[in-house]
Design a protein around this ligand. Structure first.
Ligand SMILES: Cc1ncc(COP(=O)(O)O)c(C=O)c1O
Length: 373
């Protein structure tokens, strides 16, 4: 189906910075600079500077960044890792791949793990909490950090959807042993394909992940030394150079996303009996969201979704089945009432910096029309 308004429009983004990108692609080819070259290092340095972290290792996906982060948490077979089920499957598969067991905790109204429910799930086997900052909103880290300290648990951040968001003035990527970011095209900062990076303030983690992403290889003087087995998980130099260009515009794009979210909230106020919009925290600034997704809740989600799609407005219910409900993965009857309730209600409206005021109005009017029919 062709949509009047797409959910995201990377072609529009390309229209605005395409010439710069084309020149850079040309440079990469002219210099035959493809693997672990200058742009990769420059990108990692830039990320450290922006986020205020000591170390960054770029890798080939958010999934690998998560896997490498969890591999550094000192987990033994059957150790337990607390995490939400309302997340992309990659968060949970990373726990499984390192031999640990995910222990699911229900979510709060902001779609992130509910800190009030974590302590009940802690056992002698619990060794870590994998927080997932969904939709560009940081988890409520203050109580989570307190629990982690009390029970000596490691924190790993799934920051795949969280680049640029802050909590209490601090960027996501600074709250645990390591954080995993994605550069997938659906993310606020993206490359044309797969990509990701890991941030950490721990030198040992940094040095190990550098080895893991490049088959255990490191240069000592002029010699290449292999220190361990690793993987081929490098961010392409071409992708790093494109991400570097996008970083120049990133914060301008984020302020446009915030403006759109604010506009939607205002416009949709008149139907607040029917839908719940995201809570914006403009006063206290505990949360500075980046709206990787703008998610509303509606009891009539399926009908509303059908109506908007029929009117050629592309919308999604991105995570409408928690990982605990995947019967091939979890046969146990795990109950997460809030997760299951919200997953029936969520709907993501189009949001991207190039979305015009007229398009934003069209979307809001269509949602309102559905309820005023
Ligand atoms: C919450 C979350 N975790 C992990 C990932 C995995 O990232 P990637 O697709 O870059 O491997 C994603 C991306 O879809 C995600 O949204």
């Amino acid at each position: 189906m062709s949509y009047k308004i797409k959910y995201i429009n990377l072609a529009a983004q390309h229209n605005s910075i395409g010439n710069e990108i084309k020149r850079e692609i040309d440079n990469v080819f002219k210099n035959s600079a493809f693997i672990l070259r200058n742009s990769v290092l420059k990108f990692e340095q830039k990320i450290c500077k922006i986020l205020g972290v000591k170390y960054c290792v770029s890798v080939n996906s958010g999934t690998d960044a998560l896997l490498f982060a969890l591999s550094q948490a000192g987990l033994k077979k059957n150790d337990e890792v607390i995490t939400p089920s309302h997340t992309y499957v990659a968060s949970v598969s990373a726990i499984d791949h390192v031999g640990a067991v995910p222990i699911f905790v229900d979510i709060a109204d902001d779609f992130n793990i509910d800190p009030n429910l974590i302590e009940k799930k802690i056992t002698k086997k619990t060794k870590a909490i994998l927080v997932v900052h969904l939709n560009g909103r940081c988890c409520d880290m203050k109580p989570i950090l307190k629990i982690a300290k009390k029970y000596k648990l490691k924190i790993i951040e799934d920051a795949a959807q969280g680049f640029g968001a802050k909590y209490n003035g601090k960027y996501i990527g600074n709250f645990g042993l390591a954080a995993a970011f994605s550069l997938h095209p659906m993310k606020n900062l993206s490359v044309p394909g797969d990509g990701g990076f890991l941030t950490t303030n721990n030198k040992k983690v940094y040095e190990k992940v550098l080895l893991l992403r490049d088959h255990g290889r490191i240069k000592v003087g002029n010699k290449e030394v292999r220190k361990c087995y690793g993987f081929n998980s490098r961010l392409d130099n071409l992708h790093a150079s494109i991400a570097l260009i996008k970083l120049k515009y990133f914060f301008g794009w984020m302020s446009k996303r915030r403006k759109i979210a604010k506009f939607y909230n205002q416009e949709l106020k008149s139907i607040s009996d029917h839908i719940i919009t995201p809570k914006l925290d403009e006063k206290n600034k505990l949360y500075e969201d980046t709206f990787n997704s703008y998610v509303i809740r509606s009891k009539k989600r399926n009908a509303l979704k059908k109506y908007l799609l029929k009117n050629k407005i592309e919308v999604f219910s991105h995570i409408d089945k928690g990982v605990h409900l995947e019967k091939n993965l979890y046969s146990k009857n795990i109950k997460l009432p809030k997760t299951e309730q919200l997953e029936k209600e969520i709907l993501s409206l189009p949001i991207y910096p190039e979305l015009s005021k007229k398009q934003q109005l069209t979307i809001c009017n269509a949602v309102k029309k559905f309820y005023n029919k």
